[in-house]
Design a protein around this ligand. Structure first.
Ligand code: ADP
Ligand code: FBP
Ligand code: MG
Length: 431
């Protein structure tokens, strides 16, 4: 609603009739904005051998003029699942504030992820603007997070018992698989519930989106760790700094942090195989770097080089594979190698793992979270369910959940970005 201001007032708002503040249901955001002229163009993603242009689109996010729910009949719930991620509190806050603006009075938080739906000892948290006003000033999640938890049927039973008809689910791939299953179960039971996902992961492993919230902040924190590794390595005689960063199957954090720091000589990610030993291996290259410049920094993603380690055969509560520690392995093998060849090397290992995700969102993520939170509520009020909100080619859009979680988004070794990273580090192929 806008307050009409006299026409004499310079820069006055347009009247309600003139104001086009709503999204049209047919507004679309294109998934691809480059028309590759050949499959040989760098990073080309082609559907057919001629690389023909195919228009693919998703619905534009934002407020609709006609809304599907009566605000007084809404009971909204928010749940945060999986690992922590900078910006969770920003999104929770903005969802609550936007729901209140629509006139929703019943807003609750489900504590500790999906577990909060079944654990009788955990009670829902009443949420209001007053409760969430300052929560974005610290990292973590006001509601707590968890992995594992009850089955979909139990969750939907709980939604029915609690009378929840809007569910905002903040989480990554696993959480979205759960959200989609909840949406399908609600459809099966003919329940009018909007299930809206907001993708959360520092790994940035969600398909079709420019980036997920928390990723920028994680990269910023990660490059601080790289900077420390560089200073340690550079200040020592034959210093080698090893930094391990998160990234279960995607090397985005390692790649971007290496690029932004400009201090990394070797970046190792899960998508690109490498040898540690042998004439083309990482260790031989480290020896060369010590000879040429006196020190070196390696940045390795946790999921990289798992073929070099013994399989732990372990899984976490959500079913994710628990990896062996590639950082420790590289540190040990580096020490061994230089001892064997009789060259002094001072190897320092930095593992900033939880530091990069337990922090508060930076300004850029703060804005992203705010807009995603608002659009999640707009999507629910528009009557959508089984969707996720994201940024696509700088526009905010609604994505069908199955499309964004069909597999984890990976760094494309043929992409311009990976080549930029290689240009920056100057590293060879280690095979
Ligand atoms: N395929 C699935 N179907 C239903 N729920 C799932 C599925 N995978 C994971 N979950 C649930 O989603 C939650 C978060 O998953 P997890 O993989 O730990 O984190 P993330 O959502 O960040 O990837 C957990 O409570 C887990 O039990
Ligand atoms: O120790 P935890 O809590 O299982 O978290 C470790 C995981 O968190 C992540 O950074 C993000 O994973 P999620 O997106 O599943 O939360 C992974 O790269 C990493 O393996
Ligand atoms: Mg995950």
């Amino acid at each position: 609603m806008r307050t009409p201001i006299g026409k004499d007032f310079p820069g006055h708002y347009s009247s309600d009739e003139e104001w086009h503040g709503y999204i049209n249901n047919n507004d679309r955001v294109l998934l691809k904005t480059i028309n590759y002229s050949s499959p040989k163009s760098a990073g080309a993603e082609c559907i057919d051998p001629n690389c023909t242009w195919v228009e693919q689109w998703v619905h534009r996010a934002g407020p609709r003029e006609k809304i599907y729910y009566k605000p007084e009949e809404v009971k909204a719930a928010i749940v945060t699942c999986g690992g922590l991620c900078p910006g969770l509190n920003d999104v929770i806050r903005q969802i609550v504030i936007t729901l209140e603006i629509y006139g929703v009075k019943k807003i609750v938080g489900i504590p500790f992820g999906y577990r909060g739906f079944s654990d009788q000892e955990l009670t829902e948290v009443p949420l209001s603007r007053k409760v969430v006003q300052n929560i974005h000033l610290s990292g973590g999640s006001l509601l707590g997070v968890s992995r594992g938890g009850p089955g979909v049927s139990d969750i939907v039973d709980s939604l029915e018992e609690r009378g929840i008809n809007m569910l905002f689910v903040l989480g990554g791939n696993g959480t979205h698989a759960g959200a989609n299953a909840i949406h399908n179960e609600c459809c099966k039971r003919r329940l009018k519930v909007s299930v809206i996902g907001v993708p959360k992961t520092i790994d940035n492993d969600i398909l079709l989106m420019d980036k997920t919230f928390g990723f920028d902040t994680a990269v910023e924190e990660a490059q601080r760790a790289i900077n420390s590794a560089y200073i340690e390595a550079h200040s020592a005689y034959h210093g080698i700094g090893v930094v391990k960063l998160m990234g279960r199957s995607s090397g985005f954090i390692a790649m971007q942090a290496s690029l932004s720091s400009g201090q990394v000589d070797v970046c190792l990610i899960p998508e690109v195989p490498f040898n540690l030993h042998g004439p083309h291996g990482v260790l031989r290259h480290l020896q060369h770097l010590l000879e040429m410049k006196g020190s070196a920094v390696i940045c390795v993603a946790e999921g990289a080089g798992q073929n070099l380690l013994q399989n732990t055969n372990a899984k976490d509560a959500s079913g994710n594979v628990v990896f062996g520690d590639i950082g420790v392995y590289i540190q040990q093998e580096t020490k061994k190698y230089f001892k064997e060849i009789g060259v002094h090397a001072d190897v320092k290992y930095i593992d900033p793992t939880y530091m990069i995700r337990a922090c508060r969102a930076n300004a850029s993520d703060g804005i992203l979270c705010t807009v995603l939170g608002q659009n999640a509520v707009h999507g629910a009020f528009a009557g959508y369910s089984g969707i996720s909100v994201g940024l696509c080619n700088t526009h905010y859009a609604y994505f069908p959940i199955p499309e964004v979680i069909s597999h984890p988004r990976l760094v494309d070794p043929n992409s311009r970005m990976w080549h930029r990273c290689l240009t920056s580090t100057g590293q060879p192929d280690f095979i």
